[in-house]
Design a binder for this molecule. Structure first.
Ligand SMILES: C[S@@+](CC[C@H](N)C(=O)[O-])C[C@H]1O[C@@H](n2cnc3c(N)ncnc32)[C@H](O)[C@@H]1O
Length: 275
């Protein structure tokens, strides 16, 4: 790997911090505010173009070049996982990594990879309470690359979380929501137990419809009553403190078909529901 690439990615292995006697010392004041406004949108329900756009993505080959930084981060994340062993959990868009740590604690037999593109979030100086688990890693990478690299390398998560993704609520922003993005067929082709959470009902409804369209697996958006005492992520905590309703959708996607092509960027999976 060229030496210059090392400056492009961020990788943080589990590290030890002093136990804080159970006190939650989360330093991120910006996400601790209880005055978050609910999502507003000029959409009144699932986007009417969603089905056609998803069909187009499923029938196309998404060939955006992979960034060297994402490739380097992927290599390191895979090395950390292989060294640790266990089934794989992907925390896609992990932000500061709170959910990555919590999932690692909840699933001691698994290895959790948290991926986020934001160096600022990943490097934020957070004092985590208690002894950190050792079965996780957070890496800085573009998920659009990371997902396709996983698929090309035949790496399939047992569980896959997309927690409070940016909603992109304007009607003309459908293509920025994960399910409206050309990479989404690759996300579905990875298989595993997928869970998406949001404080915007429409996002989760669209996500569920798209999972079903691409996989044939029935799923739907449902209200999610998270425990305010144990939020999984800072955004979940912020929305709970602000009194927002939370939504989620879960689906056990079928085991993936072995890849027929090793070309990164090419989705080698014949998706089951391309109608
Ligand atoms: C609204 S925040 C939610 C963070 C965290 N899951 C939580 O609930 O606190 C969405 C996160 O997705 C990350 N993100 C958005 N697009 C991304 C991409 N293409 N690749 C990696 N991370 C991305 C952002 O950097 C941000 O941290």
């Amino acid at each position: 790997m060229p030496a210059a690439w090392y400056g492009w990615y961020y990788l943080r292995y589990p590290y030890r911090v002093p136990a804080c006697a159970g006190t939650f010392l989360f330093r991120d004041a910006s996400v601790m505010r209880a005055n978050s406004r609910p999502v507003t949108s000029n959409q009144t329900g699932p986007h009417e173009q969603r089905h056609a756009i998803v069909r187009k993505h499923a029938q196309s080959t998404f060939l955006k070049p992979l960034s060297p930084a994402s490739c380097a981060a992927f290599t390191l994340a895979m090395a950390a996982w292989r060294q640790a062993g266990g089934s794989l959990i992907l925390d896609a868009g992990c932000g500061v990594g709170m959910s990555t740590r919590r999932l690692a604690v909840h699933h001691p037999g698994s290895f959790v990879i948290g991926v986020d593109q934001s160096a600022d979030r990943l490097q934020r100086d957070v004092r985590w309470p208690g002894t950190p688990p050792r079965n996780f890693v957070t890496v800085r990478a573009d998920l659009v690359d990371f997902w396709r690299l996983m698929l090309a390398e035949g790496v399939h998560p047992e569980k896959h979380y997309l927690l409070y993704p940016n909603p992109w609520p304007k009607k003309d922003q459908l293509g920025r929501r994960w399910h409206g993005h050309p990479v989404f067929p690759a996300v579905v082709a990875l298989g595993g137990q997928v869970e998406c959470r949001s404080n915007w009902q429409t996002y989760v409804e669209e996500f569920a419809l798209t999972l079903t369209q691409l996989s044939g697996v029935a799923t739907r958006a449902e209200r999610y009553d998270a425990d305010p005492a144990t939020p999984l992520t800072p955004f979940e905590e912020k929305y709970l403190m602000s009194g927002h309703a939370l939504w989620r959708c879960r689906a056990a996607l079928p085991a993936p078909v072995p890849p027929s092509s090793a070309t990164p960027g090419v989705i080698p999976f014949p998706l089951s529901a391309r109608d």
